[in-house]
Ligand binder design. Structure first.
Ligand code: CA
Length: 227
């Protein structure tokens, strides 16, 4: 059973989410503020977090940052804030996806399943399992990235994106293909997601993120990994 931690201070919305999620066999835990969300995230080890950004005690963005210090579990943001800056801020802090209120329950459930599925995608077994560059090493089976002697922590979404690029060295992967594979069929217009995530990956992996050597942009077309 998939454990969902719902972090939301609107009691009515929590009730609706709980009924819908339990009906679809999710195990639901709820928290109405950021402090208890962080405690539950640490003690109950949920599989995915649904997180409202407007909480009574702290900003949801800070909840994302705190969770990311110790965990890469999928975080799906629920928010009434809908400027693209707010979305970028949440994604940049480590959220995996962003649903704007009001949302349909079907859309939310589809996004939730996609977030959980991304976490579970197995690495291809019959291909090269370790890719080494001058700056970092990626183990596709163990799902570990090392830079020098320290390990690099990636979120599930960052990992999935990197995995696709690295498994296809030298090959241009189109923006549409990446959006489809990583986020799903309703995301083909969200090229800003790709920009945000590629910037994050470069910050984590490239010696000079503004002049990438490995994660190359083909303007207007897509991205390519150069080993
Ligand atoms: Ca709220």
């Amino acid at each position: 059973m998939i454990k969902v931690l719902v972090v939301e201070d609107d009691a009515q919305l929590v009730r609706a989410l709980k009924i819908n999620l339990q009906a679809r066999k999710f195990e639901v835990q709820t928290a109405s503020d950021g402090g208890s969300a962080l405690r539950l995230a640490a003690s109950r080890k949920p599989d995915v977090i649904l997180l409202d950004l407007g909480l009574p005690d702290m900003d949801g963005i800070d909840v994302i940052k705190r969770v990311r210090e110790s965990s890469s579990l999928p975080i799906l943001v629920l928010s009434a804030r809908h400027t693209s800056e707010e979305k970028i801020l949440a994604l940049d802090a480590g959220a995996d996806d962003y649903v704007t209120k009001p949302f349909s329950m079907d859309e939310l459930l589809a996004r939730l399943r996609a977030a959980v599925r991304r976490r579970e995608i197995p690495a291809p077994a019959d291909e090269v399992s370790v890719v080494t560059t001058d700056d970092f090493t990626v183990d596709l089976i163990a799902k570990k990235v090392r830079r020098g002697d320290r390990s690099v922590r990636l979120t599930p979404t960052e990992w999935h994106l990197l995995e696709i690029l690295i498994s296809n060295p030298g090959r241009l992967i189109s923006q549409q293909q990446l959006l489809l594979d990583v986020w799903g069929p309703t995301y083909s217009e969200h090229t800003n997601y790709l920009r945000v995530y590629m910037a994050q990956l470069r910050r984590k992996l490239e010696a000079d993120p503004s002049h990438p050597r490995y994660l190359i942009t083909e303007p207007g077309m897509g991205y390519r990994f150069e080993g």
